[in-house]
Design a protein around this ligand. Sequence first.
Ligand code: UT7
Length: 331
Amino acid sequence: MNNGVRVKISALGTYVPPRVLSNHDLEKMVETSDKWIMERTGIRERHLADKGIATSDLGAEAAKQALCRRGMKATDLEALIVASVTPDMMFPATACLIQNKIGATGIWGFDISAACSSFLYALQVGTQFVKTGAQKRVMVVGADVMSSIIDYTDRATCVIFGDGGGAVILEPADDGLGMIDYLHEIDGSGACSLYMPGGGSLNPPTHETVDKKMHYVHQDGQAVFKFAVRKMAEVCDTLLKRNGLTGKDVKAFIPHQANKRIILNTAERLGMDLDKVIINIDRYGNTTSATIPLAMQTAIDEGRLKKGDLVLLAAVGAGFTVGAALLHWAY
Ligand code: UT7
């Protein structure tokens, strides 16, 4: 993937809704405890969108911040790819809604859905457009209002997820920095371990699908956990090795934030120093498509991500989907 135009992330924007739901708030809603949630997941609190706030709202805020930081107008963009599992509606694509909200007239775009790997997959698709020269300025947004598909009487899922959005701008790199390589894999044999059964063509919405809670996330937590710790380390290891690198070379490991134990286990398997691992799950929970851009922002805010640093991104999610990407941070 080193041939041809290098592609860099030239700007980042993020947004989380202001309302915070703490573990102590959840203690009043379901039979759980701050201690259990912290020990099993590493989550202390998460941000939730108010009623009427949709994925496109979070995505548009993040997009506007990225544009502002880059000093770019929305009309300078050529394409917009939106990663999400909670689109505002089945159609039109959330990309169209964000395009309209930010005033990016004259561009094209579409949505990508790969659960918690959505942002990583969208990042690669956007990279390919810039790499081929087909487009020079592509925005990738990852945003989810997970609270719209969570059953807040189910303690096994409601403690995990949060809402948020992130956006990056992709442009050609003239200094050798930017995206280096990626490795993604899907495995549909795991589809029944994490899914939302209702609302699609298999189970269109009816009173019965609502009564049976089919419009909420259903998860076999342990099955997902086992797949995640095995596969995330495996793809990262293969990707590093084929680029002549080891975990020790990575300056910042920015993984999807699903569970602190999954993240630490993966870092350990890769032989990485733990001070290179970016974790903000305590503040945001699992925001699905937004975790990686939110974690990039945390790394920047904490002074742990600098121009030229070798960065490893990784994600795993429903599908199953799994992936990793290597890049040199470019600004
Ligand atoms: O982005 C990808 C999305 N998802 C994931 O990556 C999720 C991966 N899986 C996980 O993170 C973990 O499996 C969970 C955090 C979901 C669950 O943690 P666990 O250590 O695997 O717990 P468990 O499901 O084995 O449950 C252990 C016990 C059970 O009680 P019993 O049967 O031992 O009496 C559960 O009923 O913990 C109970 N439990 C809870 N207790 C307090 C489950 N949820 C809660 C809760 N509070 N919120």
